[in-house]
Design a protein around this ligand. Structure first.
Ligand code: SAH
Ligand code: SF4
Ligand code: F3S
Length: 474
């Protein structure tokens, strides 16, 4: 679902990215692991936990899988295509195993959870299968696999949040970091495999979150994104203070670490985002004015079949409320084309709701039936593939127009940009994002700015996905 920048959530575009901790070149480890991550940002964050556990157990990272004693794939099951990509990758590793028979291959993440032992039967070269709540047992499983046994742990937990494990920041730009605040999901959206692969929802200790964010800030990071499948249902009881920490409170606590630390979050479920969260965003300049609010469909009947628990009108009222409280807030969405029994009129309702919401950006998919989900058990996947694709195409075209219009409206705007890197096209230009999460590119000129600085930029032009501008202060 992610498109243009490195740190979006749920993107098949990010699949195949290899991570290597910065301790990479230090020869303090006797063995090497290689890890590839697929799927959502939470999976990428989990790979950083896994790297930490492996570092503690004598494994250093390598960027080259041919050098590794242990090759890990952190997998995604969200759509059929995501699983197919992993299977193709496993075929490539088959050759590696032939050349270097001692190499262990491990499958982590949602596909491991979905397929469990079946993985070992289907993909004969896999030695280790570990579900998302069982990463602490990885060192023991590696030992088992080294002794020639097949090692599997796919137990889901009601408590595990890995709160005490300091993630090893992998492939990081040193500016943006992702911090998991909860795991699992209790919403049974009928199309979705996540409740089955990630288990029950549980929130992480608020102190451990705040300490991790403080630590990041002290180490030069300037933006944290708080991650969960449904962040608005974050709920943690502070027994020391006899206080309940809701998501709105957590946001404020993280925002108060330092005004120079930007705070983002993902994902919000429309049914759970509260006025408290909106007012916390409005109150703190450093909480970014950007909400990812997946609608999935614009038809009330389809939303009911999807078990999203809101109607078209309810969603529209939520958009209106966000715009009333924060007129400058960026809003993006996830949209599914061609869900079971969707009519042409209902598809049109999705298009008209997109127009109403004026999304700055969307992640768009056609429906992919996932075995075991409520929709797979209850409804027929009856929209022909060519119809799904044509509807998706219409959705994508409309979103392109909306994104273009949204960017054009920003010409003349003055905004604060957190500088992340050189622009992809030129070392003479900076790339960063404004509060609304839009990518902004501007010439470095002779201003003494660096990565991690904030620049005030006047927007002078735009392309479909990027705002172009000039820095007006230092
Ligand atoms: N927890 C988040 C999103 C999780 S999955 C939320 O509720 O918004 C990310 C996106 O993938 C979903 O929002 C949905 O648009 C899409 N998705 C999930 N299951 C899908 C399926 N079976 N077919 C097509 N798209 C799907
Ligand atoms: Fe899936 Fe719905 Fe949970 Fe999101 S809220 S992870 S779409 S079940
Ligand atoms: Fe994420 Fe994919 Fe699992 S989207 S939660 S890695 S199924």
């Amino acid at each position: 679902m992610l498109d243009f920048v490195a740190n979006k959530v749920h993107d098949e575009n990010r699949q195949g990215e290899a991570f290597a901790p910065f301790k990479d070149d230090v020869n303090e480890y006797s063995k090497k692991f290689y890890i590839e991550s697929y799927g959502c940002q939470m999976n990428f964050a989990d790979s950083e936990i896994v790297a930490s556990i492996l570092n503690e157990n004598g494994f250093g990272a390598t960027r080259n899988y041919e050098d590794a004693n242990l090759v890990l794939l952190n997998t995604c099951s969200i759509r059929e295509k995501a699983e197919q990509t992993v299977r193709n990758r496993l075929h490539i590793f088959r050759q590696l195993k032939r050349n270097k028979p001692g190499t262990l291959i491990g499958v982590l993440g949602c596909m491991a959870e979905r397929l469990k032992e079946k993985f070992l039967e289907q993909e004969k070269l896999v030695d280790i299968v570990v579900g998302p709540d069982a990463y602490r047992t990885l060192p023991g499983l590696i030992e088992e696999a080294e002794s020639g046994q097949k090692a599997v742990n796919v137990l889901l937990s009601r408590e595990e949040t890995y709160a005490d494990i300091s993630p090893v920041r992998l492939n990081s730009n040193g500016i943006n970091a992702f911090v998991s605040i909860m795991r699992g999901c209790n919403n049974m959206c009928s199309f979705c495999v996540v409740p089955f692969t990630r288990g029950r929802e549980r929130s992480r200790d608020a102190y451990s979150i705040i300490n991790e964010c403080k630590d990041l800030f002290e180490n030069g990071y300037r933006e944290v994104t708080l991650l969960g499948q449904n962040v608005d249902s974050y709920y943690w009881i502070d027994e020391q203070k006899d206080e309940t920490v809701t998501f709105a409170k957590l946001l404020e606590k993280v925002a108060l670490i330092d005004p120079l630390l930007r705070v983002r979050f993902s994902t919000s479920h429309p049914k759970d985002i509260t006025d408290d969260v909106l007012f916390a965003m409005k109150k703190h300049e450093n909480i970014c004015k950007y909400i990812h609010l997946p609608v999935q469909s614009g038809s009330t009947r389809i939303l009911q079949l999807m078990n999203r628990t809101y109607t078209r009108e309810w969603y529209m009222a939520k958009i209106a409320r966000i715009r009333e409280i924060m007129p400058d807030c960026g809003i993006s969405s996830d949209i599914i084309a061609g869900f079971c029994s969707e009519t042409e009129e209902e598809h049109q309702e999705t298009l008209s709701l997109m127009e109403y919401s004026k999304y700055d950006m969307s992640y768009m998919f056609f429906y992919s039936e996932r075995p075991g989900t409520l929709a797979a058990r209850r409804y027929k996947d009856d929209i022909p593939e060519e119809v799904k694709k044509r509807r998706l195409d219409e959705i994508v075209k409309l979103q392109n127009r909306l994104s273009q219009e949204s960017n054009k409206k920003d010409i003349g705007l003055i905004c604060t940009v957190l500088i992340e890197a050189d622009s992809k096209k030129s070392a003479e230009e900076w790339m960063g994002r404004n509060s609304q999460n839009k990518v902004v590119v501007f010439p470095k000129k002779d201003l003494r700015l660096s990565k991690g600085d904030y620049a005030v930029v006047e927007i002078t032009d735009c392309t479909g996905a990027t705002l172009l501008g000039k820095a007006i202060t230092n």
